[in-house]
Design a protein around this ligand. Sequence first.
Ligand code: MN3
Length: 267
Amino acid sequence: MQVHYRCRMEHTRRDLLSSSVALGLGALAISSAHAQSVPNPVGTASSANKEILPSLKAYDEDKGQYVLPPLPYKPEELEPHIDKATMELHHGKHHAAYVAGANKAVTELWHIRDGGDAALIKHWARELSFHLSGHINHTLLWNMMAPAGKGGLGGGGQPSGKLADAITRDFSSFDKFVAHFKTNAQQVDGSGWGWLIFDTISKRLLLIQMEKQEDRFIPGSIPILGIDVWEHAYYLKYQNKRPDYITAFMNVINWKFCEQLYEAAAK
Ligand code: MN3
């Protein structure tokens, strides 16, 4: 941890994030949050996300609140792969609920620790873990997708540069990666996510599963690409055919954004 960062932490309320999410995705939250409000209690946040996540407009420093960032494209622009109605509900209702839940949990925890019923901390810590993780996951997701086939900024195709090299190194080929990514996501039990992560210890890319919005995430690791396989992400169009949704998702992956995450993480 760099000195200037440690000094900054001394002036933060490091007890605001007390749940397990703080070790994983929560470590990224410092990036999108005002340093005076939600610190990184374990100091594992990557410079990657210190720079990239704040640019995604998921936290309003003036209000001291998480906010719903706008979609980086129109909700119909991912069609036919992801339909407009799903995007509108997913962003405008589901994601918005995670934002509200995270703000509420932060507030409740503060008051509880400040003389309230301490027995309620566990409940609200779980709420914070779930909702803040949901907020971060979806903020990343919208940027991990882009309208298909619009040149260098569009979704689909293949990554290039250092991420492409790392995928070949760790999965032997891009096609093999795609097969593993799809199988991993397909096998998520119920509501969860499939993630390609950068493991900060081995500096390898790994595929992991996440249950709900945070369970089973690996502490300190950096998300590179994620697919939401909660039914709300695909049921309107694909019903029970999750494999079809996963195949369609591959057409809207914003590899340029994933490359940015990877390059900053692997620095
Ligand atoms: Mn979702």
